[in-house]
Write a protein that binds this ligand. Structure first.
Ligand code: NAD
Ligand code: UD1
Length: 348
């Protein structure tokens, strides 16, 4: 029988791409999203791409009564929890909103899951939980820390989730928790159809959507934050991952949880390519592959930034049989396809 996955935040950037991959893999998908940072249009386009409709419930994950109703109404087998706020700078200005949204949504979701006896969870964590790392590449067992409220909310949630299997052991629960913490590196790109992609509401904080908006002439130039880091060309190095590869990683995580030998308890897994790419390399690849100029200026370092960050991606290969398939060329091509087809994002 078709398995049913509840996807919180499924109208968002990573959520919408994951809905496509789940539907195309034969899962039934139920989305809950309050549309605070997304558009219902994204789910219409998920339907256009996959030919299957996710069931959409507009609402907040902190609404316990609504969650309880969803677990009664649908035979949910596992949950992917994307819903949350994600802007680092904003989290420094409004930490309470971040702790409320990110932590309370996870708390409410887990309470509802426990009551419903559905204890398979994939959680959106982030490479930000490694703080300012001393060595690279990053493996999952490295020390964790947070440098801002957003990162701290992810760290607190990871720790909170780790308590759940401990409780199962004490109570000898017949349906124990199985939780995969996916630590994403830098998601970029868009679906190859150009129908869904990243649609930041305000001025983009992240590199790739900023490059795309400069290329489409919504912004004059890109500021490159620092060219004096100890890296290949002085600019920051990151592990960029195509959002479709990332979405497929979620399908692999769900397959693990619902398969014959699932992980037990809580396990953290990096989703990255394992390769570091500098800001200048990304800008020149974008310009070259898409044959479009990307004017830039060197600016001072951005506070809170680190020089370099990339994953050791072996655990994902071993446990989930997953690895990235798409290249930096695919990332810049698909970003431009989406941006040029939808210069104002989902707003028409
Ligand atoms: P996004 O903002 O596009 O998607 C999040 C979705 O959740 C949005 O559709 C928003 O409307 C919804 N939402 C927020 N709070 C909600 C609530 N309380 N109830 C219901 N819906 C709510 O962000 P994204 O880039 O798709 O990120 C998804 C998850 O992945 C987030 O948890 C984010 O922290 C994490 N993550 C993202 C990145 C990244 O670079 N995009 C990197 C690491 C981790
Ligand atoms: C940011 C978040 C991090 C989050 C990650 C993925 C911060 C401090 N950190 O990380 O918590 O997990 O996104 O969503 O915001 N850059 C420019 N000009 C720009 C934008 C970025 O030069 O206009 C540079 C940055 O200095 C960095 C690289 O591009 O070297 C990538 O930046 P960004 O896309 O913001 O991601 P991270 O800083 O890795």
């Amino acid at each position: 029988m078709e398995k049913t996955i509840l996807v919180t935040g499924g109208a968002g950037y990573i959520g919408s791409h994951t809905c496509v991959e789940l539907l195309e893999s034969g899962y039934q998908v139920v989305v809950i999203d309050n549309l605070s940072n997304s558009s219902a249009e994204a789910l219409e386009r998920v339907f256009t791409i996959s030919g299957k409709k996710p069931i959409f419930i507009e609402g907040d994950v902190r609404n316990r009564a609504l969650l309880d109703k969803i677990f009664v109404d649908f035979p949910i087998d596992a949950v992917i929890h994307f819903a949350g706020l994600k802007a680092v700078g904003e989290s420094c200005q409004m930490p309470l909103a971040y702790y409320d949204n990110n932590i309370n949504s996870t708390l409410t979701l887990c309470q509802a899951m426990e009551q419903a006896g559905v204890k398979n969870l994939v959680f959106s964590s982030s490479a930000t939980v490694y703080g300012d790392p001393e060595t690279l590449p990053l493996t999952e067992d490295m020390p964790l820390s947070a440098t801002n409220p957003y990162g701290r909310s992810k760290l607190i949630i990871e720790e909170m989730l780790r308590d759940l299997p401990e409780a199962d052991a004490i109570t000898q629960s017949a349906t124990p928790w199985a939780v995969i913490l996916l630590r994403y590196f830098n998601p970029v790109g868009a679906h190859k159809t150009g129908l869904i992609g990243e649609d930041p509401k305000d001025i983009p904080n992240n590199l790739m959507p900023f490059i795309a908006q400069v290329a489409v002439k919504r912004r004059e130039y890109l500021s490159i934050y620092g060219d004096d880091y100890d890296t290949i060309d002085g600019t920051g190095v990151r592990d960029y991952i195509h959002v479709v590869d990332l979405a497929k990683g979620h399908v692999c995580a769900v397959e693990n949880l619902l398969g014959s030998s699932p992980i037990t308890g809580v396990d953290a897994i990096n989703l990255g390519s394992g390769d570091g790419v500098s800001v200048l390399q990304m800008v020149s690849t974008f310009a070259e592959i898409n044959q479009i100029p990307v004017p830039y200026q060197i600016a001072p370092r951005r506070s809170g930034d680190i020089a370099a960050c990339y994953a050791n991606a072996c655990k994902a290969k071993k446990l989930l049989n997953w690895q990235t398939q798409l290249s930096v060329t695919d990332m810049v091509k698909d970003t431009w396809h989406w941006q040029s087809k939808n210069p104002m994002g989902y707003t028409v």
